[in-house]
Design a protein around this ligand. Structure first.
Ligand SMILES: *Cc1c(COP(=O)(O)O)cnc(C)c1O
Length: 639
């Protein structure tokens, strides 16, 4: 039975409806009180803290919605899990090498993220991957020079290379991964000039193609990596310069979020062939860097859907270790250090966005009068008749008639043949009929005609959320990424409404209108009726990867407030960092307005109004103070 028809409702029903235990990976759950909890693993067992408790603690500190909440423990837990899983697979398979994780900075460059990875990751010597000069500077300033691994991808100019070479002297295991043949002469020239031997890797363009959204990173037409001919040319050039001993790493990265484990196995198999051949060419090698690609199960469906994954982390680690051994052992090649650059699965869980709902639009009919006024158009009389004759058996027929009458009435209105008042009466009748059809559909067990499934979505509420999709969930807008979305409280109440969420920007793309479902997506989300005078909070989960710096200033909504929280073993939590979001003045500065100039201009306008006698001096003061407060304020919807 449809769980939403059940009379009584508990948190357990909500857990099933929103599938929190499927996508939450054990980090999120519901309390009996009907609130989403974050579950943090401790040696003595899991500790659960209600998100509502955190939200109210943060509100008391004066930070408004929307709010990006980071749970530091979850970042630590992910780094530990990744390293421990590889360690376990290596031990179990008696693999001869070790595992070396590096975090790709581009996935979340925020200082607090990188600092936490450097701090907590130290016990695993977790390194960093840089794709640009700016990211290399972040890496060198965050990690200690005690052999920390820094992988340099991306296009490298002379400055980039000089910095990387000098980092070697300071004690960093800084590797240049050659992306294009043009980089090699610069590396050779600069290393000779500075007298520093480089660590060199090569990025191979594998022929293996993978599924998922980012599959263009793989295959012959990938814009990244070296072709087989180029690889050989580089090997020969290194030999010529007596530098083949510098070649230690093979790199490949097939794109983010690879949903199918078979693709990963295929890619590793191909990468191993390259590796074996480079060893046979006489390069020392030692590192096999498999890039990112380890997925996050946003849908929680354990499938090969682009936003899911059909494998576990343990399977990922074991399969990689196994494929390397099966490939290298027959060739008698020593097992390399396995490097991966997993960013998405490391940080996705750690951040969630919480926002409040500031308005709701319902598509509910007003009370329908007993009978139409006799002078009304025959079409309106027809609608009345359709309404009276509506039964579960006639819904398709009634739907067709109603849509036809409605279109006719709209045509007549355009030609000036009926009044606005009559059209309003008709539209309300149409809504009443459609609403009753949807009610019949909800209770019917039979197949629903496709035309009529769309009807339910057309009548869905619009919840206006205090967020900017462009700023906070850019991938949702740009590439249709789906994140788990659900209310974070009242989950012991039945969510009796179906809704989509519109954001605060004035852009029709600023909406969340596809949601996770077991086999893909659904177009509406069950939500609770908003109670007057009470906030309704919705969470968007798993947003720690890629969303922050891809976001933009559409309609000049800026960075949200950000709060980091650390959960303690006794169930309490500390707010470890508070970052105020952008003020309006900050945002105006980004588009070249100067707050002082703006204030001065407005002051002059107000002064002229005083001179004209339009306002008093006291009013002028009040207006100017309001204006300044506005400039200092948050860019989002306040109260
Ligand atoms: C983006 C990127 C990554 C991160 O991959 P995820 O699968 O998103 O974790 C790793 N390595 C390279 C070279 C990248 O460009």
């Amino acid at each position: 039975m449809n769980p939403r028809l059940k009379q009584d409702w508990t948190s357990e029903d909500s857990a099933r409806l929103y599938r929190v235990r499927d996508w939450g990976a054990g980090y999120f759950d519901l309390s009996a009180k009907g609130e989403v909890t974050v579950k943090v693993p401790f040696p003595s067992g899991d500790v659960q803290v209600s998100l509502m408790e955190i939200v109210s603690g943060v509100s008391e500190r004066g930070l408004q919605m929307p709010l990006l909440l980071r749970i530091e423990n979850l970042l630590d837990a992910r780094i530990a899990l990744l390293n421990e899983s590889f360690r376990a697979s290596i031990e179990q398979k008696k693999y001869g090498g070790r595992y070396q994780g590096v975090f790709p900075i581009k996935v979340n460059q925020q200082r607090q993220v990188i600092e936490e990875i450097a701090k907590f990751g130290a016990r695993y010597s977790h390194g960093l991957e840089a794709g640009s000069k700016a990211e290399l500077i972040i890496a060198l300033s965050s990690l200690p020079g005690n052999d920390s691994m820094v992988v340099c991808n991306g296009y490298k100019d002379r400055e980039f290379i000089d910095l990387g070479l000098r980092a070697r002297k300071l004690g960093y295991r800084c590797i240049f991964v050659i992306e294009t043949p043009a980089e090699l002469p610069i590396i050779i020239e600069r290393s000779k000039a500075l007298g520093i031997r480089p660590f060199i890797g090569m990025r191979a363009k594998l022929a293996t193609t993978v599924g998922g959204h980012w599959n263009k990173t793989s295959g012959d037409r990938s814009i990244f990596g070296l072709t087989t001919t180029q690889l050989i040319e580089i090997v020969d050039a290194l030999k010529k310069h007596d530098m083949l001993d510098c070649l230690q790493l093979l790199h490949c990265h097939l794109g983010s979020q690879i949903p199918n484990i078979r693709d990963i196995r295929q890619a590793v198999m191909e990468a191993c062939r390259y590796y074996i051949n480079l060893v046979q060419e006489g390069a020392p090698m030692g590192y096999l860097d498999l890039g990112g690609g380890l997925a996050v199960d946003y849908l929680g469906s354990r499938s090969n859907h682009t936003q899911s994954m059909n494998y576990t982390l343990d399977e990922y680690c074991t399969d990689i270790v196994e494929v390397i051994m099966e490939s290298l052992d027959p060739a008698g090649v020593t097992h390399p250090t396995i490097v991966t650059e997993s960013g998405r699965p490391t940080v996705a869980y750690y951040s969630l966005l919480v926002f409040n709902v500031f308005d709701v639009m319902h598509f509910e009919p007003a009370p329908v009068p007993e009978a139409p006024p006799p002078q009304e158009s025959p079409l309106i009389h027809n609608l009345y008749e359709t309404l009276q004759r509506l039964t579960p058996a006639t819904i398709q027929h009634s739907f067709n008639n109603t849509a036809f009458y409605r279109d006719e009435i709209r045509e007549m209105f355009k030609r000036g043949q009926i009044s606005l008042r009559s059209r309003a009466l008709a539209e309300n009748l149409v809504l009443e009929i459609f609403r009753r059809i949807v009610d019949h559909l909800e209770t019917s067990d039979g197949e629903i005609p496709p035309e009529l499934t769309g009807l339910r979505e057309q009548l869905a509420d619009i919840y206006y959320g205090n967020l900017s999709v462009f700023q906070s969930l850019p991938d949702h807008w740009a590439i249709g990424q789906i994140f788990p979305v659900m209310p974070i409280h009242r989950l012991d109440e039945r969510p009796s409404r179906e809704a989509i969420i519109a954001d605060i920007t004035c852009d029709s793309d600023g909406r969340i209108d596809h949601f996770i479902d077991l086999h893909g997506t659904r177009k509406t989300l069950p939500l609770h009726p908003v109670k007057p005078g009470e906030e309704y909070y919705i969470g968007v989960f798993l947003v720690g990867a890629y969303q922050e710096t891809l976001g933009d200033l559409h309609n000049l909504f800026g960075d949200t407030n950000v709060v980091s929280v650390r959960v303690n073993e006794d169930g309490s939590f500390d707010v470890t960092r508070e970052n105020q979001g952008d003020s309006i003045a900050d945002i105006l500065g980004y588009v070249q307005y100067n707050a002082k100039d703006i204030q001065e201009r407005f002051r002059r306008t107000a002064e002229q109004a005083v001179r004209r006698g339009a306002i008093s001096v006291a009013e002028r003061q009040e207006i100017l103070e309001g204006f300044s407060a506005g400039l200092r304020g948050y860019t989002y919807y306040g109260r």
